[in-house]
Ligand binder design. Sequence first.
Ligand SMILES: NC(=O)c1ccc[n+]([C@@H]2O[C@H](COP(=O)([O-])OP(=O)(O)OC[C@H]3O[C@@H](n4cnc5c(N)ncnc54)[C@H](OP(=O)(O)O)[C@@H]3O)[C@@H](O)[C@H]2O)c1
Length: 281
Amino acid sequence: MEQIRIAVSGSNGFVGRNLRRFLSEKKIPVTTLARKKHKQFRLEKRIVFSNLVEKNLAGKLKGCTALIHLIGTGVQTASSDYDLVNVDITNNMISLCKKSKIKKIVYISGLGVHPSTTFGYFISKFRAERQIIRSGLDYTILRASYIVGKDDPLTKNLARQASHGAIIIPGTGSYRLQPISVVDVSKIILECVINKKLSNKIVDLVGPKTVTFASFANRFAKNKGVKVKKISLEKAYYDALNRPSAAAYGLDDLNILVGDYTGNYEKLERLCGFKIHAPVL
Ligand SMILES: NC(=O)c1ccc[n+]([C@@H]2O[C@H](COP(=O)([O-])OP(=O)(O)OC[C@H]3O[C@@H](n4cnc5c(N)ncnc54)[C@H](OP(=O)(O)O)[C@@H]3O)[C@@H](O)[C@H]2O)c1
């Protein structure tokens, strides 16, 4: 462990912040890679970049054992689309690993990614996965369901809805999630770096229990003391397409939810050699 230094891109995002806290508690040195300055934990070295092809970036990453590549997006805008963020930046990160002699890359893809997918977000994650597999680097690709913890994106969305008085359930809400806690995710990411059993593997990153979205939303609403409101899927998609800033769920949030993606947590437990816990929701 003492010889390890872990580079984390997307270090200021939800998973990045939680992973860095975990690594800092384990006294593992980290090099962060972000486009803005952010608070540092103990044993961190910070790299702020304005573009990933900057000449001196690779030199600053020298000495890192692995890169945890957490830059990604699940929402497209005119200036930041899936190709640019999920595919091209992954390519840049692979080049940086090679130039700085980092031999291992850990990447969080999406649960449900499949070669025959026709869904743009999954296509971008699939293409990013392919680039990583073909790179010749040692890799672990984790296909994640919902990662939950303090301030996770789904909880933040539901909390925002609660502040307006109700939690919206699109359609019946019978589609399922398989949440995993960000604490377990941090432990698993470290395991990917140190445990050869996870070398060159694609593994589902899911918790041991599935839960319907309706039950997830009902529990959340009860805790916050607000109502749930069911709306038709047609209305949910109409709002996402025509009133994106006011819609409860984005277009691709809906696609992922309604897709009802579940996975195999036992393989992950077997490879890691420890139990994954159902998160407290
Ligand atoms: N959270 C989940 O439940 C979940 C599920 C499946 C897959 N994933 C994947 O896991 C990874 C981490 O997720 P997360 O929840 O931590 O996401 P997040 O909170 O949205 O963080 C994403 C990070 O990517 C960075 N980023 C986005 N666009 C960028 C760009 N154009 N250039 C440079 N940096 C950029 C952001 O930087 P700034 O801080 O500067 O904005 C942020 O640090 C992502 O690849 C995501 O797709 C997450």
